[in-house]
Design a binder for this molecule. Structure first.
Ligand code: 3PG
Length: 211
């Protein structure tokens, strides 16, 4: 399972974190992101359209690796897998949710903010963690500091990262990729400006990861 997730996270330096309010845009959006070189897409479960969007992308855009993000409750694990999510992302991972996630049939990238949380998740077998909210929780300096004591963990820092700060995260040996919403800004999503999104995605794809 760790290997599958590692392979997904190697596909692109940036995971667009996308909130979709109208599922009708999802297939064209996924095509645009894939074309631009960002095939790994985290669709947040923050809207009623999210599961339909995941399912549409999973069915119609096989080149995309669609993940379910903002998974907060145990019940959402089965729903997202049934919709076709290739992996699951959480913003934080309280113990009961971590236990349920450890039994999921797809790979999971659980969220953490502290060393103790990272250690607890590593102890359960998780090897790739979302470091969230990255920028306000120590950012690049935090990641540099934990690489010594926790050399086997890889992170996807997300939260407050933009085009300008992404490169400094991606230069770190324990960063697999970064996540962010700057590729799919709310106004471009609202107006369906896929040309602008594709431009931002191409620019993000030109950043390079380490692992
Ligand atoms: C997430 O769920 O990962 C965050 O909402 C990312 O948002 P940001 O990249 O705009 O901080």
């Amino acid at each position: 399972e760790g290997t599958v997730l590692r392979d997904y996270l190697r596909l692109a330096p940036v995971i667009p974190v996308v909130t979709i309010t109208d599922a009708r845009i999802s297939i064209d959006l996924a095509h645009a992101l894939v074309r631009a070189g960002l095939p790994v897409i985290e669709v947040t479960l923050r809207t009623s359209a999210a599961l339909d969007a995941i399912s549409a992308i999973a069915k119609a855009v096989p080149e995309a690796v669609v993940a379910a993000g903002t998974v907060l409750a145990k019940s959402q694990i089965r729903e997202t897998i049934d919709a076709g999510a290739k992996f699951i992302v959480t913003p934080g991972t309280p113990p009961k949710l971590a236990q349920a996630l450890s039994e999921a049939t797809v790979p999971v990238m659980p969220g953490c903010t502290t060393v103790s949380e990272a250690m607890a998740l590593a102890d359960m077998g998780f090897s790739h963690l979302k470091f969230f909210p990255a920028a306000v929780s120590g950012g690049v300096a935090w990641l540099k500091s934990v690489h010594g004591p926790l050399p086997n963990l890889l992170f996807c820092p997300t939260g407050g990262i933009d085009r300008a700060s992404a490169a400094s995260y991606l230069s770190l040996p324990n960063v697999a990729c970064v996540g962010g919403t700057w590729i799919t800004p709310a106004d471009a999503m609202r107006s369906g400006d896929l040309a602008e999104i594709e431009r931002l995605a191409r620019d993000a794809a030109s950043l390079r990861g380490q692992t």
